[in-house]
Write a protein that binds this ligand. Sequence first.
Ligand SMILES: O=C(O)CCC(=O)C(=O)O
Ligand SMILES: [Fe+2]
Length: 297
Amino acid sequence: MTQVATPALREWIVSQTAAGFAPEQVLSAMVTAGWEQGLAETTLENTLRDHLRSHAKGAVAAAMRPEISAQLADKQSSGVAVPTIAMGNSPRVVDVGDRQVAILSSMASPRVVVLGGLLSDEECDALIAAARPRMARSLTVETKSGGEELNESRTSNGMFFSRGESELLKRIEARISRLLNWPVENGEGMQVLYYGVGAEYKPHYDYFDPNEPGTPTILKRGGQRVGTLVMYLNEPACGGGTIFPDVGLEVAPQRGNAVFFSYDKPDPTTRTLHGGAPVVEGEKWVATKWLRAGVFE
Ligand SMILES: O=C(O)CCC(=O)C(=O)O
Ligand SMILES: [Fe+2]
């Protein structure tokens, strides 16, 4: 089949986007219609970029759901689309279907949003109870080889749930997907970490370093990480905040709350260097959800 970006196709792409379909959805419709994946991606990106350039940005953005126009703006700044919380008019709360989640604070660079009441106390307790018997010393993905390694900079214990492995996980995954406007299928299985007194996670980036030899292997499964959601499952008596050293930000670990941050390229200019500060007193439990650019199988 000859594949040409006719004016009709371009119009269709723009109208689908303006109607609120995410670029991923438009892309998958094109692929279903017989377009070759790479060509469809290029056509989609070029069409939307040209369209944004040739129209008064405000008018086009106003016709789109805010999170879509934010995603496109992200694309224009040479990065990729990232999970985005719809905060068009800077709301105090975001409706995620089964809950109202509070927006406690947000920052543009790094892109960080602190959320209140994402999980109920019961959900926090249930996650800890399900994770506790499965905990082991945390491994981090080893970009040198693509395997996993014990990492001295990470003294927490951890485990991964499989995506959709229980009704609880399914419910929380669906909520996160609505919150971040990102497909459930692009999420890694949720990770639970436990830190005792003195345990910490030294500052690091969550994306995979493109210069490491093992990274291409890792990227075959879902592409780069583009966002992180850290959910606090309990409250350490002292210490254990999530720190962003580039900007001197520390997020307090408050049960049921969460911190979300996104990175449109695997690069320090995203200023997403972050870590878990040492626990001084008590213990700390978090659940981390990493979002990939593509489907994570
Ligand atoms: O424990 C924290 O506050 C941060 C956790 C973290 O950075 C991660 O799971 O990638
Ligand atoms: Fe991290």
